[in-house]
Design a binder for this molecule. Structure first.
Ligand code: ADP
Ligand code: MG
Ligand code: MG
Ligand code: MG
Length: 400
């Protein structure tokens, strides 16, 4: 084992060559670095003679943030590879295969999913993913239930919590989702055209009160092993298949944070349809399709989670009459609140999303950003009073 250093392409190729199940024969390998280079290196390594390929992802010891560099523990690469393996075991077929992990070099060698597209891009380009809600609800229900005190031995769970202590990446979330968007922080990236909307949020004490509650849950609630960064840029799709990648933010937190991430990112695309749909008719259709997907994600998730609980629940006290209904309602409310927080930060926080940012026309972009803010703040305001997923649909439609 060699000590940590960022890999050259030649070194990435040597590591790939050792994966005999992918490259049993010795033909030439070629490497391409395809990551965005902010936090991690991602090498795509292919063997042109056989058409075989794999991915080597290596963590860098810093993040580039607004000109300076933010140190980040390499232990997140261990967390990422362990979470990928665990998610693949709990939700078979919904995570990439892991061929090898090297904690010293902070790398994971995994299945190449280049025949899929990143869902954010797929949605922007108008793709349809009819199986997505079924797949992601399965991923969420199984990974969250079986790592919670409902679905695993409670002492084993505490030991598992210890191996997913992830302070550096939790800090990114705590700062960029739950803190900086709620005051005039230097890291915010606010277009002048919507500065007034950001300022209105900073003055909205009732909204800040709700954000404080959501933040408290993220900080203190070790409910289940989260993916922790489950936006549409961490999901590879085809019409037939869904694969969840990039769990480097994994830690034990509130389940609604993962479910809400999926819903919030579908809503960001809903807002972006201001531009991405060609005309009013297709815009209306596309938006109803996105809202139907949101409804399905929650409804299928809830059904599957309850079935797992009924069939595999380890906890006798959790069978108390009415407790499951109460638990699921609180989980829905958390989901709605976190979906809102995930939406707001993507409009004017540090890291934006292509669904909004790559809209070329300034007027359409401003309408989409304001719409996303109206939906996000609506969800945050409503979260602790919500009664069903229909609240989300009403808030999204009402913001139009
Ligand atoms: P980061 O943590 O730096 O965001 P990701 O794991 O999201 O890294 O990967 C960044 C990009 O690299 C992805 O958007 C995708 O284009 C590519 N990539 C990552 N994993 C794979 C994979 N298993 N197969 C194909 N491409 C991948
Ligand atoms: Mg990235
Ligand atoms: Mg990523
Ligand atoms: Mg990542």
């Amino acid at each position: 084992m060699s000590s940590y250093h960022p890999l050259s392409e030649a070194e990435a190729i040597e590591i790939a060559r050792s994966i005999r199940e992918v490259f049993p024969t010795g033909e030439e390998l070629v490497s391409r670095e395809i990551g965005d280079g902010n936090l991690n290196l991602v090498f795509h390594i292919a063997q042109p003679a056989t058409g075989r390929s794999l991915i080597v992802k290596q963590a860098l010891p810093y993040a580039k943030v607004v000109g300076e560099s933010w140190p980040l523990s390499l232990d997140r690469a261990r967390i990422e590879s362990e979470a990928l393996i665990k998610q693949g075991e709990l939700a078979p077929g919904l995570a990439p295969r892991v061929y090898k992990a090297d904690h010293e070099l902070a790398l994971t060698v995994m299945e190449d999913l280049s025949d899929h597209v990143i869902m954010r891009r797929g949605l922007i380009e108008g793709g349809h993913y009819p199986k997505f809600a079924g797949h992601i609800s399965e991923f969420l229900a199984r990974t969250l239930f079986f790592t919670s005190d409902l679905g695993m031995n409670q002492q084993d769970k505490k030991r598992l919590v210890q191996s997913y202590i992830n302070p550096d990446l939790c800090k990114i979330t705590e700062d960029l989702i739950f803190d900086h968007p709620y005051y005039d922080a230097e890291t915010n990236n606010i277009e002048d055209s919507i500065r007034d909307a950001a300022e209105a949020i900073w003055r909205d004490e009732a909204l800040l009160f709700e954000v404080a509650h959501l933040r408290e849950k993220f900080l203190t609630r070790a409910q289940a092993l989260l993916h922790g960064d489950l936006h549409t840029g961490s999901i590879f799709v085809t019409p037939e298949s869904t694969k969840v990648i990039d769990p480097e933010f994994a830690y034990f937190g509130p389940m609604g944070f993962d479910v809400g991430a999926v819903i919030g990112n579908l809503l960001l695309n809903f807002a972006g349809q201001e531009h991405w749909s060609a005309d009013d008719v297709s815009r209306r259709d596309r938006r109803s399709e996105l809202l139907a997907t949101i409804r399905d994600v929650w409804t299928l998730f809830e059904g599957k989670f309850r079935r797992l609980w009924d069939e595999h629940g380890v906890d006798r006290v959790a069978r108390a009459a009415g407790y499951q209904d109460d638990y699921m309602l609180r989980l829905l409310r958390d989901t709605i609140g976190f979906a809102g927080a995930k939406t707001v930060r993507r409009v004017y926080g540090l890291a934006h999303v292509a669904d909004l940012d790559t809209i070329p026309d300034a007027a359409a972009r401003e309408r989409a950003q304001r719409l996303a803010l109206a939906i996000g703040t609506g969800l945050i305001r409503r979260n602790r009073q919500a009664e069903s997923i229909e609240d989300v649909i009403l808030i999204a439609e009402g913001a139009l």
